[in-house]
Design a protein around this ligand. Sequence first.
Ligand code: ADP
Ligand code: MG
Length: 674
Amino acid sequence: MGTSKWLDKEVTVLPGVGANRRQLLAKLGLYTLRDVLYGFPRTYQDFTRVWSPDELREEGEYLVTGELVELTERPISGGRRLVQASLHMDGSYLRLTWFLVHRGRGYTYIYNRLKGAKRLWAYGHAKRALVEWEMNSPEFFLRQPKLGLTPVYPLVAGITNKMRISWAQFALEHLDELYECLPSHLTAKYGDRHTAIRDMHFPGSWAAQKKARTRLVFEEFFLFHLGLQSGVAQADGWPHKVDGPLVKRFLEGLPFRLTVGQAQSIADVRADMESTARMGRLIQGEVGSGKTVVAQYAAVKAVESGGQVAIMVPTEVLARQMADRFRDAFQHLGIEVDLLVGSLTKKNREEVLKRLQNGELQVVVGTHALITEGVEFKKLTLAIVDEQHRFGVEQRQALGASSGADMLVMSATPIPRSLALTMYGDLDVSTIRELPRGRKPVDTRLIHPSQRERVYTFVTSRVKQGEQAFVVFPLVEESDKLDLKAAVQEMERLKAGPLRGVRVGLVHGQMGKEKDEILQAFYRHELDVLVATTVIEVGMNIPRATVMVIENADRFGLAQLHQLRGRVGRGDKQGYCFLIADLKTDTVRARLNAIRNSNDGFLIAEEDLKLRGPGDLLGLRQSGQPMFLLGDIVADQELLIIAAEAAKALLGQDPELDEYPTLKEELNRQRPAV
Ligand code: ADP
Ligand code: MG
């Protein structure tokens, strides 16, 4: 076990692979025999049967056969030749077409082979022409090809599919060295590893291929979740006291009634905090769903139990806002709240650090500054992280790791369950689905660019009523100078024209400290309109803001648009969102209509995930690298959930995986790079 002789050897042990091809294989990500084993086909040629004309469809590829009844060739434009053949099959005809370079090797080869043929087998996409079917540039054979599924591998110039087939066969001869890693109750369900790998390369049928893929995707997801979950759930936390007078006073003093989702989340947090196990909980809820009160409840509970609380948010502006909100809510409770951010003066910072260390300061709100060196608590028992996807898993865990503080994570991005599982597989999830009663959904409208002036006239009228507005311009890349210039120019134009007399500020991603100052000014209502790139996406709570104007709305993802829309109408006034876009295509129209017609962030997020893929959704673009080799977190969502649960069950029963040495070894070998 573990000491494999062959699998970890370099690809140069493959027949016909020297220094040159080794470099080519590296381009395909193949370095060792193990990589070759796991270098699965991209698709298969389906030679499982020969199809008759009335079975053909326009999708998929088909193997057909017929009598060659006509063969023509003639020059066409661009120095090419058109070769056409007609197959007679069961009373109908199929036309085969090739466009070939005049006197090129392909031309000579194809034309000469066709010339002598009587019967032909062709393989390719079928298309309906006027009355007959046709295939463009099909593969063809003069004899019936071996029936079955032929793997088609990813290739680079210099590596042929034939080579890859023979190397896969070579690697499979050493398959015995690969041990089974899944426990027997799972192999009973999903099949064994050897069969799966063999059937992925050379499946006897589509059913066998499907089963093999399912087993390997399950394995991938299962290992990922074991890695994510191990070591978190079992950790000891602080057993907080049951709710006492302080918590009661906090809850009784709330100016509103809790929604069902809030009450449930608070109940979940209460149970977690009172238990001896370390809490790891995600509160997931739409913008404006009222997550803060859940965090405040947890904080009061921690303080009442004699603990300290740290709250980490992504930016200084948000930290200041959050500190204000906590101070307001805690004033009558006598709980001390202070701020720890990078811009504090040295003296100020030292003062805060001292009060954290001696326990005088009970609640601290801050940015990354909280996880920098020199920050020590007397007794940190609760760590809260807001808007988590701005932080990495490691940063999140760094906060409160040393003291084993209970962990509460709040995310305003409603993410589909599959993605929540991959991103936060180590956390339990509470969801607040509904918005507080009485909150009116934002009135969302699609506006053609030619109507834009009317939108700004409307903005001006709202500003006169003491309300505020956002105007958002998309920058594809924060570094895109051209786009930035366009945004600046547009702002100047707005200020001179439709927004004359209105106090307008501009923020963008390339600003430094100045940006925070402008955001603060907007927050304090010293500005009426904030023109921005997407930097305002996260967390700003401006109750007076009622209008959101989004220029070039078609350039945003749905989830992003929904997030932006959530920035307005948070007070008691009606919110408006104007999506300015030229509805050039049906897709654009369909997408923007989806936003206009729905206020359910979860639905929109599911839609977005389907349309754009997971990387884009969270702005995670991992240099185009999919998270998994085979698994697709959208298409294989169900399997992902099952795998997560299976991992949890196994860790619950054997936290150290002592009974599963091969599994443990596999896990250590391929720790996910989170
Ligand atoms: P989130 O952080 O989830 O985006 P907040 O916690 O900032 O949302 O809440 C948004 C606004 O709704 C705040 O002004 C808050 O006081 C208010 N709010 C929260 N819960 C309720 C409730 N149950 N009823 C009425 N208003 C509420
Ligand atoms: Mg919030």
